[in-house]
Design a protein around this ligand. Structure first.
Ligand code: GLC
Length: 428
């Protein structure tokens, strides 16, 4: 690299290539997050090392107990593909500092200890086999490295530590062919991008992988925002909500106890509808068991979602328009692609018709996704009435039917808040 660009120059360069680099990601909508590491062995959350104040030497002993079965990453990737997910992001090294690849700069890794295998390699191969895009989660904070803590105040330690972080990521981005996402996490102890050399490091890493997409957790905005454990639309930015499967832990915790807190298919579909409405993505986590199996409670819901997506894919994937706050009705969520609104029905109406109020645009056609059945409708002033509906939701998979409503032009609607005015005959 001739010279390191200034921050405005770098941001300008990224802005110019962003649409091209992010095209696949903006259409993918749904990905699988994998948290797997030594913490999976003890089954008490991926922060256990810090939360339980483990002495480092005691925690290190877990490395020899870490023994994922052969083919574990293939199981994750197969399930991700079956669930309709389009990409995966795996913790290559979490805060505990244990690398899941054959690292030359970090001998504390899965080739020297435990399984004596390169789990990152297996993960990459599995993603490719199932046609999934590949993301590497990479922690900045490192509880195992002696320089991490003191790099907050000791310049020499910081230099060594930043060099270490750079080398780890360089290894990851040079040894496995094309990588699609670099997913940083927890920039501590330094509080500013300058302290981490993020501007310099990310520029050099992008030279190795020119199409890569980087998240916003190295204290630079980079390509997308990462709301965690909640779904919030980022203004004028790409965003991806990352969610645990059980609201408790990213790393594996006892399946029997976690099951009652875990998402079912309908709640996953609710999240998917919310991200689709807001033009974002959902990165849904599973924490594999100590031997690398998919946690039992995740299998059925994910397969059900995948099955549902076969019939309803049109509503989810591809380029969508943001339509948050367009319409609120607890029985449905509305998402949008151009002149078509998709009405995801959660609670089937008990009167044989679905009435949508507050619309100003003429409806051209209404049909049910999957079966493709045309639905009879009437449009009266601001009301759309979908008529002659069956008694029960026609969706056999999850009870979530989606109506595709095609309008004659870009749909305008006001929703419930307009009711008092519309009812008096006033038009906005
Ligand atoms: C956090 C946590 C972490 C988890 C991550 C996922 O910041 O430190 O354990 O990996 O977010 O978003």
């Amino acid at each position: 690299m001739e010279r390191i660009l200034s921050k405005p120059e770098y941001e300008e360069m990224l802005a110019q290539s962003r649409d091209k680099r992010m095209e696949w990601w903006r259409e993918a909508r749904f990905g699988m997050f994998i948290h797997f590491g030594l913490y999976s062995v003890i089954q008490r959350h991926e922060w256990a090392m810090a939360l339980e104040n483990f002495p480092v030497e005691e925690y290190e002993k877990l490395a020899d107990q870490f023994c994922p079965k052969e083919g574990a990453p293939r199981e994750w990737a197969r399930l991700a593909a079956e669930a309709g997910m389009k990409y995966m992001v795996m913790t290559t090294r979490h805060h505990e500092g244990f690398s899941l690849w054959d690292s030359k700069v970090n001998p504390y890794n899965s080739v020297n200890y435990g399984p004596h295998r390169d789990i990152v390699r297996e993960f990459v191969d599995a993603c490719r086999e199932y046609g999934l895009r590949i993301g590497f989660y990479s922690s900045l904070m490192d509880w195992h490295h002696p320089d991490c803590g003191r790099s907050a105040y000791d310049i020499k330690a910081r230099e060594r530590f930043n060099n270490y972080i750079y080398e780890l990521n360089r290894e990851l981005l040079t040894q496995y062919g094309k990588i699609d996402i670099l997913w940083y996490d927890v920039a501590a102890p330094m509080e500013h991008a300058e302290g981490w050399n993020s501007l310099e490091r990310n520029q050099i890493l992008r030279q190795i992988q020119p199409d890569i997409i980087i998240n916003n957790r190295s204290l630079l905005d980079e390509d997308f925002e990462t709301p965690e454990e909640h779904i919030r639309v980022a203004k004028d930015r790409d965003w991806e909500a990352c969610m645990t499967f059980n609201g408790l832990s990213w790393g594996y915790i006892d399946s029997n106890q976690a099951a009652p807190y875990s998402y079912n298919a309908q709640r996953i579909l609710r999240m998917l509808a919310t991200v689709t409405a807001g033009g974002g993505n959902l990165l849904l986590n599973i924490g594999p068991t100590p031997d690398g199996s998919v946690p039992a409670e995740a299998i059925k819901p994910l397969k059900t979602v995948g099955c549902w997506l076969i019939a309803n894919r049109e509503a989810v994937y591809g380029k969508v328009d943001r339509c948050q706050s367009m319409w609120t009705n607890p029985l449905c969520t509305i998402t949008r692609k151009g002149n078509v609104l998709y009405c995801w029905n959660w609670i089937w109406p008990n009167n044989g018709q679905l009435v949508l109020g507050g619309f100003f645009t003429r409806l051209k056609s209404a049909r049910l996704l999957g079966v493709g059945q045309e639905i009879k409708f009437e449009q009266d002033k601001y009301r759309i009435i979908l008529k002659n509906l069956p008694e029960k939701s026609p969706d056999q998979v999850a009870g979530v039917a989606v109506f595709a409503l095609e309008f004659e032009e870009s749909p305008r609607f006001a929703g419930a808040s307009a009711y008092p005015a519309l009812n008096k005959g006033r038009v906005y």
